[in-house]
Design a protein around this ligand. Structure first.
Ligand code: MN
Ligand code: MN
Length: 480
């Protein structure tokens, strides 16, 4: 077989294509600059989806509102996973056209009991989430995003470090002058998991201000004398003043440390985007725009924005939970068509793009990819027939007939696409949510964009690929 010569999509672009690509990339850049956690993505998607006429599935269930073709529905799970559906004109038994992306990204989470004082430094302990190269997370400005749930049922949202007037946090590293021992270590050990401690502050609490206004000044003074960890106490007071939370409230929190600041245009030619969390918000954002744009589809469309992919899709808001099957069952019920066998048929007859990123060929690291089967930045959306590692282990390998159908779909819709494999056979590998949905017997293939520096604090994508991916997703929802 001749190797297909992939063309650079950019050379075929009209002026309109170029401005559409640039505008799309800018909308995306702004989205990932503002939405850096799964909760923030889900909240933003819901508020945008409502503007497109999407209604809450739970409200429709409560009011027993029947669904019909053209209706738009969303289902929110724990504010961290979201499903969106647009009902098709064909019978739902012919299956759904599904885009499945994830909205969680690698980061550092605060531990359940995070705050401590060490020699007059207030510090937070973290436990990293997902696959991170730990040495990449030191000496970076970090922002704190998340929620603190209180016993009264209220939930405080936290975001510190994104406004240019906010302080940022971070993790220190050793100066080269004193790194003799550290430099002898293996890269994976140079910075250990328990070394990822965030410096939160150095000022001790100044109780004089409180004392002046306090009724019982002696009590304040005595408490002040009894407080040994005065720097830690000061941080707790800052959190209490700003968010009305106590140290114990941190136990019922989800606080994530992520790189602070906006995504940026990357390259002198502005051909790429540098940003945090592009795995997999680059595919989630494209799926979302595609889902919103396709009205009155032939087959019911569904876009999945799922949490917990980076830690194996476990847990109630991960893809291995039953929320997706339950929601499809609820939709069948509201269409007046629910039965167990019908649900199974709908799932088995569905088609899916597992919208997730791949590793792009990198001139700095040519040895880990096999050049004839590596995806390249700028050569379009990637159709990855299988993932897995070392002998396709734990992979969903998509069916040849399905791949052929998608080749035809891409060609008819002028989408520039490329094939890809996740690195050389013996080098490593990885997985996505593809294999979980494939359990229902549906056709699934991985389809996203190549990324440089994947899982690093700042990841890189090509604007051409973003644009081709969006076109591919629209074509898939409409015509697959
Ligand atoms: Mn991913
Ligand atoms: Mn990932």
């Amino acid at each position: 077989m001749l190797k297909k010569e992939y063309k650079y999509a950019y050379l075929g672009y009209t002026a309109e294509d170029k401005s559409a690509m640039t505008e799309y990339a800018e909308r995306y850049r702004q989205f990932i600059s503002k939405n850096k956690t799964e909760r923030e993505c889900v909240e933003s998607f819901i508020s945008l989806a409502k503007g497109y006429g999407y209604r809450d599935l739970n409200d429709l269930i409560d009011s027993k509102t029947p669904l019909k073709a053209g209706d738009k529905v969303y289902a929110n799970y724990m504010n961290k996973t979201l499903l969106t559906f647009c009902i098709g004109s064909e019978s739902v038994s012919s299956g759904l056209n599904i885009l499945g992306s994830h909205v969680d990204s690698p980061r550092l989470d605060l531990k359940p009991n995070p705050l401590y004082e060490d020699n007059k430094f207030a510090m937070f302990k973290t436990h990293y989430y997902g696959g991170v190269k730990k040495y990449q997370w030191v000496t970076l400005p970090l922002a704190m995003h998340g929620v603190v749930a209180k016993k009264d049922g209220s939930v405080m949202k936290i975001c510190i470090g994104e406004d240019e007037n906010d302080p940022v946090l971070g993790i220190s590293d050793l100066l080269p002058h004193l790194s003799a021992d550290q430099m002898e270590k293996r890269l994976r050990e140079a910075i250990g998991g328990e070394d990822l401690n965030i410096c939160a502050g150095t000022f001790p609490i100044d109780s004089k201000e409180n004392k002046d206004s306090a009724e019982n000044k002696d009590a304040v003074e005595n408490k002040d004398k009894a407080t040994t960890d005065k720097v830690k106490e000061n941080i707790l007071q800052i959190l209490n003043t700003k968010y009305d939370i106590t140290e114990e409230d941190l136990f019922s929190s989800e606080i994530e440390l992520v790189p602070a600041g906006s995504a940026r245009d990357y390259g002198l030619d502005r051909s790429m985007i540098l940003g945090y969390g592009q795995d997999d918000r680059v595919c989630a954002y494209a799926s979302f725009e595609a889902q919103m744009e396709v009205n009155n589809p032939k087959y019911t469309t569904c876009s999945i924005f799922v949490d917990k992919e980076e830690i194996g899709s476990y847990g109630a808001s991960g893809m291995q939970s039953q929320f997706f099957e339950n929601s499809v069952a609820e939709i069948l019920e509201l269409l007046g068509e629910f039965s167990n066998i019908k649900l199974r048929r709908v799932l088995a007859n569905s088609r899916m793009l597992s919208s997730d990123v791949s590793a792009g060929y990198d001139p700095n690291f040519p040895s880990v990819l096999e050049k004839n089967n590596a995806p390249y930045l700028g050569k379009g959306v990637v159709l990855m027939k299988y993932t897995g590692s070392r002998g396709k282990v734990a992979s969903n390998e998509s069916n040849a007939e399905y791949v052929a159908k998608l080749r035809d779909l891409m060609e008819k819709n002028n989408v520039t696409w490329q094939t890809g494999e996740l690195g050389k056979i013996d080098q490593g590998g990885g997985g996505t949510i593809a294999h979980i949905l494939a359990k229902h017997g549906m056709d699934v293939i991985d389809c996203g964009v190549p990324v440089h520096s994947m899982h690093a604090p700042w990841e890189i994508t090509s604007k051409v690929d973003l644009y081709e991916m969006k076109k591919a997703y629209v074509a898939f929802l409409k015509d697959a």
